[in-house]
Design a protein around this ligand. Structure first.
Ligand code: XIL
Length: 377
């Protein structure tokens, strides 16, 4: 507000020089508070700006993999972004539009328009659609949070049937349950746990009945490291139990939000993908982004490190037949959740420049890391 005030300039002439100085200082502090959250264009600085560059999806198809991105419906208003996405990606995830709070803000009152827009865009551009997500403790409608079990159970059934039914045949993969396990390997104390420890089984069965063709995933973050990692091991046991019990779970979604302060080696990731695949599950990397803020070195050095990590991750997927796709959590740095003031701090000091295309939609070194890995280089 103070900055707007200064920009308009009108009252400035009426304040004394001391007050003007003070306002200037306050404004500088406010601006500094924002440093680290927005992610301005960087590709040129990294020396990789090019007018033309190969479509990722073409190379991915040769490797029999899907390469995806997440979009919000408002991003579709940006024509340049739309054509970038259509050129490079052949899988699409709704970043927020299919979450419970967005789709069923009031009991039994559904709102599908924004999700429909994304589904239509995917269909027009020959993209596979991933549905995200049916059962999650976050971005859950307020009305559902405090329901007792005997009301939450029919509410969950109605929600799953409505969403999966709405897009039956048009959503290839659903993240049925998201983030149900905690860092210490326990079932999270989410509202859904009121339904008992097998609420996940119920959710998968309902989704399967609503669309038997859709491939159903359990999706989580921080499960990329292999054996010995508490959370990854707990999710592995959960999946193994569900497979054994005949629950229709077809895949594991590893989010791949890279925090360089604690991140497994390429070898650990590869082995982990192998062990989940050995359960008979498909593996998808569902939300890849690589925050560079806390990496040491200059910006070009950080971007090279980011390129190497992206290459390792994509190569780990190509290494295992059952790993069928890699989705980036956004198309350009300009639109990443990690370049917002609210979320950037999750990864320490920004700016994080987490995606493959910069804010001008130019390809970053990370883009070339992904392309090389897809090409088997
Ligand atoms: C994030 C979105 O990107 C943000 O726009 C929103 O404000 C919060 O959620 N794990 C998930 C995603 O499964 O749904 C989250 O998406 C990022 C972390």
């Amino acid at each position: 507000m103070i900055r707007d005030h200064l920009r308009k300039g009108s009252p400035r002439a009426t304040v004394g020089p001391r007050l003007a100085l003070l306002l200037g200082a306050v404004s500088a502090v406010l601006t500094a508070g924002c440093v680290g959250t927005s992610c301005p264009p960087v590709a040129a600085k990294a020396g990789v700006r090019q007018a033309r560059f190969a479509p990722l999806r073409q190379t991915a198809a040769t490797a029999k993999r899907r390469i995806g991105t997440a979009l919000m419906s408002r991003h579709l208003e940006n024509a340049r972004l739309r054509s970038l996405v259509a050129a490079h990606f052949d899988s699409l995830t709704a970043e927020n539009e299919m979450k419970w709070g967005a789709t069923e803000p009031q009991p039994a009152s559904f709102s599908f328009a924004a999700g429909d827009e994304l589904v239509a865009f995917a269909a027009q551009n020959g993209m596979r659609m991933r549905g995200h997500t049916l059962v999650w403790h976050q971005q859950l409608a307020d009305w559902a949070k405090d329901l007792p079990a005997d009301e939450l159970r029919p509410a969950m059934r109605r929600h799953i049937e409505a969403l999966v039914g709405r897009w039956r045949g048009r959503i290839a993969q659903w993240d049925v349950v998201n983030e149900a396990i905690t860092e210490d390997g326990k079932l999270r104390d989410s509202p859904f746990l009121r339904l008992g420890e097998t609420y996940l089984d119920e959710a998968f069965r309902l989704a399967h009945a609503a669309d038997p063709e859709a491939r159903l995933f359990y999706n989580d973050c921080g499960i990329e490291a292999g054996e010995g990692n508490t959370k990854s091991d707990a999710v592995y046991r959960l999946c193994a139990r569900m497979r054994q019990a005949g629950v229709p779970i077809h895949g594991i979604g590893m989010q791949m939000h890279v925090d360089p302060r604690h991140w497994p080696t390429a070898e650990q990731i590869r082995k982990n993908v192998e062990r989940f695949a050995a359960l008979g599950l498909l593996v998808e990397f569902t939300e890849m982004d690589i925050a560079v803020g806390e990496m040491p070195g200059s910006l070009p050095e950080k971007l090279q490190r980011q390129r190497a990590i992206a290459h390792d991750i994509v190569a780990a997927c190509l290494h295992v037949d059952k790993c069928t796709g890699i989705t980036l959590w956004g198309a350009s740095d300009a639109d990443s959740w990690l370049c917002t003031e609210r979320w950037a701090r999750l990864r320490g000091r920004g700016p994080h420049y987490p995606l493959a295309f910069d804010a001008d939609l130019d390809p970053k070194p990370m883009y070339f890391g992904i392309l090389d890995a897809l090409a088997g280089r």
